[in-house]
Design a protein around this ligand. Structure first.
Ligand code: CLF
Ligand code: SF4
Length: 503
């Protein structure tokens, strides 16, 4: 049964008209989670910290929302993948914002969002510059929120240059989730990614600057771990620059006590005006990213569900509802923070009860271990609006979650961005249709599970060797994927029977 977290009686905020969620998904490019199983071994106090954090827990991201407030304009380093001047309402990547906020405006926005989206559990500051290069604005925002919405978790993402000197302040403000973007532990590689750092009132370039940045990041990581703060490390995978080095980064940060590693793909397009974009540096392909995440996973918990959020993202990961909460719109809202907090408590309790039921069912199920151990794994794409179930129309999906099924079970692999096929205009320039783009994004997947799919896309999917499947609407994703794998096995698909779709 679907969990009706959005229908919780009267909202604590009377909002003006609300649009459908738009696409999107930072922890700065400088942009975390573990599955339910990966959390099972954790001590209770750590499980408690990550339970409702959508980035630190893969399972939580199906239920809980996060938001970012863009209060931190300045940055103290330069990354070759960043250009904070660029803004586009349809663009979803770290460093990009539509409205820069003062701390007072940011607090009002958080209260408005938290009153409208009761699944919201975390407020992060992730840019558009570096939060710790703007300490007054960052900590004033945190200070006010600790008073006005003490149930909301506070989270920060930093490049780490100013981290050691801010560890005391972070702990004083009860920040117990910190992300550090660490792209390397070798200054020679660092100099190819970060051309300069601003250090002690001067610009330090090249290897010297990269060495300072790496030393500060590692020192900050050690200090936070010593104080019991959960540290996630984000790394941007840049093919030919640091891709062969990131397994070493994983080892080093794990040895120092980082909780989670999030390896994200470089986003570099010429129109973004970044150094890498203009120079034609390519990002990794989906299979290259997955292979590196697997290589690093031997050493620590890996996050695979990051959406490389904008610095003003609002909503479930993969959604960006920021347009509903512009300054103009929130000025019209009538917000009752105490009523909103009570609503959040009620909704979060419902979510937790639902998750406990699901966990009990999952623990009782061994869905695929009766199949022959040598069967090949299969990738499947799933259209979902959240809550861990197959519940979205194929043509409405702005992204698909990708799962791998094999006799060892079902595991989450990541997500692929798509273009909603039913969005109206089906042409996206360069003669490519939205459906063409989605089909390209689904490369490597052999089935797509959704609530419904139209005849035209059905035929195109089949022609592309991807089996459309609308038979498992409203079922839990892992169960549905396991069931389809079993059906594929029965139809001979895993023995490469070319006619299996019609078998
Ligand atoms: Fe924001 Fe980052 Fe906190 Fe999450 S995002 S500050 S830890 S609340 Fe999450 Fe977004 Fe990925 Fe960041 S999906 S970019 S990892
Ligand atoms: Fe951009 Fe600064 Fe973040 Fe690098 S650390 S991505 S330059 S905001």
């Amino acid at each position: 049964m679907e969990l009706k977290v959005l229908d919780q009686g009267p909202s604590a905020a009377k909002a003006p008209s609300v649009k459908e969620p738009s696409a999107g998904g930072g922890c700065g490019q400088s942009a975390c989670g573990s599955s339910a199983d990966a959390m099972a071994h954790l001590p209770p106090h750590i499980r408690d910290k990550v339970r409702n954090h959508p980035c630190y827990s893969e399972q939580a991201h199906h239920y809980y929302a996060r938001m970012h407030v863009a209060v931190a304009p300045a940055c103290n380093i330069q990354c070759h993948y960043c250009n904070r001047k660029y803004d586009c309402a349809n663009e979803s990547r770290p460093g990009v914002v539509s409205e820069l906020l003062t701390p007072d405006q940011a607090v009002r926005k958080v209260l408005a969002v938290a009153a409208t989206i009761p699944q919201m559990s975390v407020l992060g500051i992730a840019g558009p510059g570096d939060p710790l290069a703007n300490p007054e604005r960052t900590f004033e925002t945190f200070r006010q929120l600790t008073e006005k919405a003490p149930d909301i978790k506070l989270c920060v993402s930093t490049n780490g240059l100013a981290l050691p000197e801010q560890v005391d302040a972070l702990c004083r403000h009860n920040i117990d989730h910190v992300t550090i973007t660490i792209n390397c532990v070798d200054p020679d590689i660092g100099a190819q990614i970060h051309p300069w750092v601003f250090w002690k009132n001067r610009r330090v370039r090249g290897v010297k600057g990269a060495k300072i940045l790496i030393e500060q990041q590692q020192k900050g990581l050690e200090m936070l771990v010593a104080r019991g703060v959960l540290v996630k490390v984000n790394s941007v995978m840049i093919p030919g620059v640091n891709d062969a080095h990131l397994a070493e980064v994983s080892k080093v940060v794990k040895a120092k006590g980082a909780f989670l590693h999030n390896v994200m793909p470089l986003i570099a397009e010429a129109e973004h005006g970044t150094f890498y974009g203009v120079m034609g540096q390519r990002g990794p392909r989906a299979e290259e990213l997955a292979a590196l995440q697997d290589a690093c996973a031997g050493d620590m918990n890996m996050m695979r569900h990051c959406r490389q959020c904008r610095a003003d993202a609002v909503g479930l990961l993969g959604q960006d509802r920021g347009a509903e909460f512009t300054l103009d719109r929130i000025a019209e809202m009538d917000i009752d923070p105490e009523a909103a907090m009570a609503t959040r408590a009620r909704v979060h309790a419902q979510i937790e009860a639902h998750r406990q039921d699901k966990a009990a069912e999952a623990a009782a199920a061994h869905p695929l271990d009766d199949l022959p151990a040598g069967l090949r794994p299969v990738l499947m794409a799933v259209a979902t609006k959240g809550q861990g179930v197959v519940n979205q129309h194929f043509g409405h999906a702005r992204e698909f979650l990708v799962y791998e099924a094999s006799p060892r079970g079902v595991r989450f692999m990541g997500h692929r961005k798509a273009d909603p096929y039913c969005g109206g205009d089906d042409t996206c320039g360069d003669g490519e249709s939205a459906l063409d783009i989605t089909l390209r994004a689904l490369a490597g997947c052999e089935a797509v599970l959704c609530a419904k799919v139209g005849i035209a896309p059905w035929e195109r999917l089949e022609a592309a060797g991807i089996m459309p499947n609308g038979e498992h609407a409203m079922e839990p994703i892992e169960d549905a994927v396991a069931q389809v794998y079993r059906e594929m096995h029965a139809a001979g698909a895993l023995d490469n029977n070319p006619d299996w779709m019609t078998a």
